[in-house]
Design a protein around this ligand. Structure first.
Ligand code: PMP
Length: 285
């Protein structure tokens, strides 16, 4: 049976899951989304994801036409009809159908789309050997222009940086903010380890408040580690003992080289390894 996609309360086979070309999600990237994981039929931190989704919508003055409880139920329904136990869920809310003008108030109702699919993980070698990343010249969106806390359907800022990474042979790229400080990667948050302390940029650096980031900070503190959410420069990255990235899709993934500089001794560090194990345990894997 083909994959069933949820659109506005109904299930459609993948081939028939279509939206209007007048949807402002398509015309203008006007909408919000979430990427979540299901582990053993439970969605990891769904309430945090839904809080972020509804807050992103609030920032865009976009009314989601269902409650968080209904959304929660719709996500589980989509997993169930597709028999997905361990998978990835893409939750999308578009501004809906309007006319060719920008005016969002001409779009009467937002559309809700839920796609649940088997997860395609990054190749195992990246988790064993670590990633090499480069700094992109594309600066992360200025929070006063389009705040990166809004997980909007317009990901061009990240896509431009991602292309720079790919051109350099890297699947991820580091993005700096307009002040030249470390922000985040194109689809992941970044952490450093220096002298046994875990360092990560604060939300104010202009980043997405990652759910995995939050979980990793809590896990580290529970294990007695000091965690500092502090502004970081590229210099801090280059002289770090360890580096890793976090995200719903990637989970915890080590970085061993940045801009051709080895991080630490250029192998996956002990703290990173222990965070990978702790995170796996947290999600019951
Ligand atoms: N930063 C960006 C730009 C992202 O798109 C994502 C999610 N893919 C993350 C960080 C990680 O966030 P989360 O842990 O909530 O998936």
């Amino acid at each position: 049976m083909s994959l069933q996609i949820y659109i506005d309360g109904k299930m459609y086979p993948k081939e028939d899951a279509k939206i209007s070309v007048f949807d402002h999600g398509l015309l203008y990237g006007d909408g919000v989304f979430e990427g979540m994981r299901s582990y053993n039929s439970t969605v990891f931190r769904m309430s945090e994801h839904l809080d972020r989704l509804y807050e992103s919508a609030q920032a865009l003055h976009l009314t989601i036409p269902m409650s968080t409880q209904e959304m929660d139920a719709a996500v589980y329904q989509t997993l169930k009809v597709n028999n997905i136990v361990d998978g990835y869920i893409r939750l999308i809310v578009t501004r809906g159908v309007g006319n060719l003008g920008l005016d969002p108030y001409q779009c009467p109702t937002a559309s809700v789309i839920i796609i649940a699919d088997k997860i395609t993980l990054y190749p195992a070698k990246y988790y064993q050997d670590g990633l090499e990343i480069v700094t992109a010249s594309t600066i992360r969106n200025h929070p006063a222009a389009l705040n990166p806390r809004i997980k909007s359907l317009n990901y061009l800022n990240n896509i431009l940086a991602k292309m720079e990474g790919l051109k350099a042979g890297c699947i991820e790229a580091l993005m700096l903010n307009a002040k030249g400080e470390v922000a985040e990667c194109t689809g992941d948050n970044i952490f450093l380890v220096k002298n046994g302390i875990l360092l990560t940029p604060p939300i104010d650096a202009g980043i997405l408040a990652g759910i995995t980031r939050r979980a990793v900070i809590d896990l580290a503190r529970e294990s007695g580690m000091q965690v500092h959410e502090t502004n970081l420069s590229r210099h801090d990255v280059y002289i770090a003992d360890e580096c890793f990235l976090t995200g719903s899709a990637a989970e915890v993934i080590p970085v061993i080289k940045v801009d051709d500089r080895k991080i630490g001794d250029g192998t996956v560090g002990q703290t990173t390894k222990s965070m990978m194990v702790k995170f796996k345990a947290l999600v019951g894997q």
